[in-house]
Write a protein that binds this ligand. Sequence first.
Ligand code: PAF
Length: 286
Amino acid sequence: MSGEEFPMRVIHTLAELRAALADQPRPVFVPTMGNLHAGHLSLVREARRHGGPVVVSIFVNRLQFLPHEDFDQYPRTLERDCALLEPEGCDIVFAPSERELYPQPQSYKVAPPPALADLLEGHFRPGFFTGVCTVVMKLFQCVQPSVAVFGQKDYQQLQVIQGMVEQFAMPIRVVGAPTVRAEDGLALSSRNGYLGAQEREEAIALSTALRELAHGARDVTQSLAELEAAADQALRSRGWAPDYLTLRRRSDLLPPTDAQRVAGEPLVALGAARLGATRLIDNLEC
Ligand code: PAF
């Protein structure tokens, strides 16, 4: 099966998916919530490099949204998404309904370790990573991939999924693909579509603040708290409401010591902030 030789199939049921994959090598999988942009398409291109049919799922997962978040508003654009996926060589779009994926209330959940999942995104969006892990575990059972591709833009999500796959000994290689940015540097995100024209211009300030943080990463004349407060203040003064702007160790997303900052410990600057009604996240390894 290859997107170039066979027409892409759009499949809505698990039974049909299993039948379509029955005589195939294990697929390469890209889970998404749809409303696709160039960032997602780069994940599909990465998927194609690994051989095997490429399956992209499109499912807006209620379990990972808090009651006040944008689950209802989240754009459902299946037709447009399929038109974007076909020329990229996607073989199967798996777009189950909620009833299909959650025929009963999903009372069995996958709870990732609080030491990782209650930090940062998990602190501001309690239960988020349980929702993500539960749906990803379920999608993995449906698709049975050999490789799964996730964007590095969701840095903590990628680590949480890598940990889940490792600890459950799932025979899946998790691949992280680099963040795709607009010309001005804004990380592509489905939620960028919520931004008005002025907000869109302003949105670049988040990656600028992260660059500043990354710039100070090795300079211990400024404490971590001072660096982070300066980044927070820089965004607040422009009208943003930051949740966090922080420098962390890549290995476990905990704060580095000054000695580690000096010694070249691999770090990452991570940020999440609200601009008007839109919450954006980004990160920069340093
Ligand atoms: O990154 C996303 O789009 C979602 O969190 C995912 C991995 C598709 C699970 O719903």
